[in-house]
Design a protein around this ligand. Structure first.
Ligand code: Q9C
Ligand code: ZN
Length: 675
């Protein structure tokens, strides 16, 4: 199952023919630099190249009016003067004799992508198109957009393939008001957009871009706006909104298809967005969406006007679609106050529509409300210093030679696509000594020693990035866990995130110095563990309540994991009755976004049924869709919400409100032990 790439040079063949400062950034080079970067990095070659086609009039008329289409149709025959005049009816857009052709190709590219994904020719894909689409409305061009490519694609997917639910994620820095209008009253299309807003001072300056515009009639709740009221938003701000709003709602919605308005003007260096998120954030945003809809994801280029950043961001996105592990995210020091206000407002506006947000806090009543109208009020903007922003080029993303290595006892077949791990080198005697002294005191089993040695050798290869993921079936899970943690955490500067799922006992791991963070999902609290780096997540019904578990993964585990930024994830499955394969695969798949994709799964030898599904997730296959989630147990939502609140003094990515939180040391549920 591959990744489609759609590009046609024809779409570079129109440009601005007169002087217009608002439009001068939308240049043909946007497409050529993006495509060249994909070719030069070897990414283009790894994709399935799919040709464009023109969208038909019938396709376009699903979203646009006949009058508008007729108008645009005439533009190829217009004189320069006529084109200028035609353009004047609309805002921040230009026409050219060839733009109608290109606009049909851009919409057609989106349809080709939908066809390729829906027929199973590829798993996912990206279309590099011009003109962009998300601003164009039923009867109007707007913001460089002529036809609404993504809206046309969503309608087409519903009609041609009977897709019941489409999620549109618009990470472009502008509000796709055209998409919002198109699906405002349609509950089958969930539209999410974050956008530079600045209390309506930023283009397109619409009241309806604010967080309280949630959709109309049957579509109420299916339009999610996150307005940014300040510039310079960073990686943490974007990830927070994904973990605490978009993903919980998206999992509850359960799309059959994900369409991304992939605009990269939301990244650093962009003259329009003036945000500070780095190109590698798009690897994570993409990854986090790739386990929805069984992996069916179509990314369509929208904005992006800093050519350097645009090319880097496009590469990050395509790398991830191809299944390459994401780079470790840099500089996650928590969301800023303004982002938290926006997140808080959007969560509370949607509280009545989504069970996962039921316990979100009230709308802020104080003056922090993003709703205060400040239009007209002049900000003393610092003089435009036009300083060149610089950011490091994202590191090369090298996929390890070996994807998934397994350590299995005799008699268990090696799953397809995995490699049975055998360590060529002998373990050094010091390690063997340590093992026998620390762990194997009472056990004189050469079997145990050999399994543990293999595990250590495997972890070492993962550390060297020779192997990406691993899976081991072990007799004594506690011992294996201690062994891996002791070894991995002994390397300077390495941190291990241990995720335990199950009702079994977690051995006492050294969580004092912060080199290990343990998150334990179970149904009852253990007495013996304490401290900032041991986090028990006790759900009432354990793992049998799928929604409660998934929401805890999204709202607690992911942000903790991102902030902790481990070098290795150790995912341990203890006796986990009631945990279904699909949920386990979602967990596994989502965790692969951390630690540069280095996840080692430990499972009990007795429990062999999950080996196949686990291996498939470690190989990078998307987890199966879970179906629309029912409301989680109210106690569990309240519990997770409360836990998040208490931990948020220590872990900034857990915050969802601008209010200051009490330090966890003041609350007896978590006991701080770090010096
Ligand atoms: N400062 C897309 O990104 N406003 N369109 C320009 C100049 C128009 C952006 C104002 C921005 C349109 C697809
Ligand atoms: Zn944009």
């Amino acid at each position: 199952m591959g990744t489609a790439l759609i590009y046609d040079e024809e779409m570079t063949k129109y440009k601005l023919l007169w002087v217009d400062p608002a439009c001068k950034i939308e240049v043909p080079e946007r497409l050529t630099v993006s495509h060249e970067a994909l070719v030069e990095s070897g990414l283009a070659d790894r994709c399935v190249s799919v040709p464009v086609r023109e969208a038909t009039e019938a396709d376009i008329l699903q979203v646009h009016s006949e009058e508008y289409l007729e108008g645009v149709k005439k533009t190829p025959y217009m004189t320069l003067e006529d084109l200028k005049e035609f353009t004047l009816q609309y805002g921040d857009v230009y026409f050219h004799p060839n733009i109608y052709h290109c606009a049909k190709l851009a919409a057609g590219a989106a349809l080709q992508l939908v066809d390729s994904v829906m027929t199973g020719k590829v798993r996912n894909g990206m279309a590099l198109v011009r003109p962009p689409g998300h601003h164009s409305m039923r009867s109007a061009a707007s913001g460089f957009c002529v036809f609404n490519n993504v809206a046309i694609a969503a309608q087409y997917a519903k009609q041609k393939y009977g897709v019941k639910r489409v999620l549109i994620v618009d990470w472009d820095v502008h509000h796709g008001q055209g998409v919002q209008h198109c699906f405002e009253d349609d509950p089958s299309v969930l539209y999410f957009s974050w956008h530079r807003y600045e209390h309506q001072k930023f283009w397109p300056n619409l009241r309806e871009s604010d967080f309280d515009c949630v959709g109309k009639e049957k579509g109420a709740g299916f339009n999610v706006n996150v307005p940014w009221n300040e510039v310079k938003m960073q990686n943490s701000d974007y990830l927070s909104v994904f973990c605490h709003l978009l993903l919980p709602v998206a999992y509850e919605f359960c799309p059959d298809l994900v369409l991304v308005c992939a605009g990269f003007d939301s990244a650093i260096g962009d003259p329009e967005g003036e945000m500070c998120a780095t190109p590698d954030i798009f690897a994570h945003l993409t990854h986090l969406l790739m386990n929805l809809a069984g992996g069916k994801l179509c990314a369509l280029l929208e904005g992006g006007y800093n050519l350097t950043c645009l090319a880097q961001s496009v590469c990050q996105t395509v790398h991830t679609l191809l299944g390459d592990p994401a780079p470790r995210p840099a500089d996650l020091h928590g969301p800023c106050k303004s982002a938290l206000e926006s997140l808080h407002c959007a969560r509370s506006a949607h509280r009545q529509y989504w069970a996962c947000l039921k316990h979100a806090a009230d709308l802020p009543t104080s003056d922090i409300s993003t709703k205060r109208i400040r239009l007209g009020e002049e900000d003393e903007k610092p003089l435009d210093t036009e300083e060149e922003l610089v950011w490091p080029e994202p590191p090369k993303r090298l996929a390890p030679a070996l994807r998934t290595a397994v350590v299995l006892p005799g008699g268990v077949a090696c799953p397809d696509g995995c490699n049975q791990f055998s360590s060529s080198e002998e373990l050094d005697p010091v390690t063997v000594n340590k093992l026998t002294e620390n762990l194997l005191k009472d056990v004189d089993e050469s079997d145990a020693l050999s399994i543990l040695s293999s595990l250590i050798a495997l972890v070492e290869k993962m550390e060297k990035n020779e192997i990406c993921t691993g899976l081991a079936l072990v007799q004594d899970i506690s011992m294996a866990m201690m062994c891996v943690v002791q070894h991995a955490a002994s390397a300077p500067d390495n941190r291990v995130l241990v995720v335990c799922v199950g009702y079994g006992e977690v051995p006492l791991l050294d969580t004092i110095n912060g080199k290990t963070l343990v998150v334990h999902f179970s149904n009852k609290e253990s007495e013996k563990h304490k401290g900032r780096y041991y986090i028990p997540v006790c759900l009432k019904k354990g793992f049998s309540d799928t929604s409660g578990f998934i929401q805890a993964v999204l709202g607690l585990l992911l942000p903790l994991g991102y902030e902790y930024d481990p070098g290795l994830v150790l995912l341990v499955r203890m006796s986990a009755g009631g945990l279904c394969d699909g949920v386990w695969q979602q967990l596994t798949g989502l965790l692969l976004g951390l630690a540069h994709g280095h996840t080692l799964v430990l499972m009990q030898d007795g429990e062999r049924a999950p080996v196949g599904p686990t291996a498939s997730s470690l190989l990078g296959d998307p987890a199966p869709s879970l179906g629309p989630l029912l409301a989680p147990l109210p106690e569990d939502v309240a519990y997770v919400e409360n836990l998040r609140h208490m931990l948020s003094a220590d872990w900034k990515l857990l915050q969802t409100t601008g209010e200051s939180t009490t330090a966890s040391s003041d609350i007896n549920m978590t006991h701080k032990m770090h010096a």
